[in-house]
Design a binder for this molecule. Structure first.
Ligand code: UN1
Length: 494
């Protein structure tokens, strides 16, 4: 039995509580990966105190040098890609092709961050007065508290951590208790790349204890959280009360719209990947399929034929399309929504049950599930399930499709399949989402563009791309008056 440790104040250490939790393979729960610290408030306190010391040094390290550390992190991630993908699949279940993609997203984010250390642009603008300079530049903020989910065990931590570090902040990292092994190896890599040990603190444990202590700590001015809308509300209330800077990335109820003129086979490929990739456990997953009348029946028939051929299994076995859910509670939630769908009059067209295959009996597997005749406004159509359940809604035309797309409280991603270029641009303009894809599925955002959603999905910030660097730094303005005389802005000009 391997016991993994926290990384606090420059050393790997056991939790102050003496308590541990088990990490098991969701495809076969007989496979125990190890025990991880169920840390307490004291561990969080020590981590934050050390991160404050780390911040004092790191903020004075030139940004290009900070970026250099991330370039080495990118190199190490690339050289250990296979190993990381394998251990990630073992602890969270998605197939190897997907965990390789997860590592690649981390590598791409590292190289982007590395070069951003040589930019971090400010502005130099003309002053309204003679012989005076006016400029803005970016300053580090302090200790950042990063709380991450299970579905992208590496990529999502890198989205938060790399910009935070390049901007000169230190990090207290609380990974999901479902994927602590990836977090452990990730922190080993950061240290090997030369990140000063007190700049990164890894505290394992439960959200109610460790996450809460980080969120409520007065010495953590910046928080970034990806997870459920319910937890996000708690984080948001606390951050609001304590005047913290907060980035939230929460739920989705993303739709793929297919119009009568679409390339149907392309659209079937898209929805299979969008709905059942990562077993539907992406914030960007396609959980609604909005079909125009003219192609509805043909499309559903083809989709069911293709979806029935998807192979459930251990993600490490070649040929597996869909892995398990992350734990029993997730599977129970999916089952609850299957019952709700049936009770509300939707037609179960595929799946709806656990597989009966003996080989899958020890994992949290669930059949890819499709409901047709789903009514806009019903619970199945409105609520995030985070599992392999797709709801098909029939519409008459594009404007009804847009209305249905926008009729939910979330707004992360959407997708439109059409050959009509003017409808494609109308969709970009009309759909209330942070991301809209044309002729591509709702999943698969690229690492160098801003990622996030509108409405209840987020709180206005974006991860990825250039915008996130503004989140992790504070704008400061400098004026230099070299006129040798008192010049009064708003008075002595013109
Ligand atoms: C998430 O599910 O929280 O766009 C992130 C995508 C991935 C990231 C998903 N690149 O599907």
């Amino acid at each position: 039995m391997t016991d993994f440790l926290n990384f606090i104040d420059g050393a790997w250490c056991a939790p102050s509580t003496g308590a541990w939790f088990e990490n098991r393979n969701p495809a076969d729960t007989r496979d125990l990966i190890g025990r991880f610290p169920a840390s307490g408030v004291d561990d969080v306190e020590r981590a934050i105190a050390s991160a404050e010391r780390g911040f004092e040094r790191w903020k004075r390290t030139p940004a290009p040098a900070r970026g250099d550390v991330l370039r080495r992190v990118g190199d190490l991630l690339a050289s250990r890609k296979e190993e990381l993908a394998a251990l990630m699949t073992r602890e969270m279940g998605k197939p190897l092709a997907e965990t390789r993609g997860d590592v690649q997203e981390g590598i791409d984010t590292a190289y982007y961050a590395a070069t951003e250390g040589r930019r971090l642009f400010g502005h130099t603008v003309p002053s309204e007065l003679r012989n005076k300079w006016a400029m803005s530049f970016r300053r580090p903020i302090g200790v950042t508290g990063l709380i991450t989910p299970f579905n992208f065990p590496l990529a999502i931590p890198t989205w938060k951590m790399f910009p935070a570090l390049v901007c000169g902040n230190s990090v207290v990292f609380k990974p999901s208790e479902d994927v602590p092994h990836t977090a452990h190896v990730f922190v080993e890599i950061l240290l090997e790349a030369g990140l000063p040990p007190d700049v990164i603190q890894l505290v394992h444990g439960y959200g109610e204890v460790v996450g809460k202590a980080i969120v409520e700590h007065p010495k953590v001015p910046v928080l970034s959280f990806t997870g459920s809308t319910a937890t996000g509300s708690f984080v948001g209330e606390t951050a609001g009360r304590m005047h913290k800077r907060l980035s939230l990335e929460m739920g989705g109820k993303n739709a793929q719209i297919v119009l009568d003129d679409a390339d149907l086979e392309l659209a079937v490929d898209g929805v299979l990947w969008g709905a059942f990739g990562t077993t539907g456990q992406r914030c960007t997953a396609t959980s609604r399929l909005i079909l125009q009348d003219g192609i509805h029946d043909r499309f559903v028939a083809r989709l069911i034929e293709r979806a029935s051929a998807l192979r459930l299994g251990d993600g490490r076995v070649a040929g597996t399309d869909v892995g398990p859910l992350i734990h029993e509670a997730s599977r129970a939630k999916v089952e609850e929504y299957v019952a709700i769908g049936r009770a509300q009059g939707a037609e179960l067209a595929l799946g709806g049950t656990r597989p009966t295959d003996e080989a899958l009996a020890h994992g949290y597997f669930f059949q890819p599930t499709i409901f047709t005749n789903v009514q806009a406004g019903s619970r199945l159509e409105q609520e995030e399930i985070f599992g392999p359940v797709l709801s098909v809604i029939r519409v008459g035309d594009a404007s009804e499709a847009f209305r249905v797309n926008n009729g939910v409280k979330y707004g992360l991603s959407s997708s439109l399949y059409t050959r009509d270029v003017s409808l494609a641009f109308q969709a970009l303009q009309e759909l209330d989402n942070g991301i809209t894809y044309v002729n591509a599925p709702t999943i698969g955002a690229e690492a160098h563009l801003p990622f996030g959603g509108v409405k209840q999905t987020g709180n206005g910030h974006r991860e990825g791309g250039w915008e996130v660097y503004e989140f992790y730094s504070e704008t400061k303005v400098g004026y230099v008056d070299y006129s040798g005389a008192l010049q009064r802005a708003q008075i002595d000009n013109y």
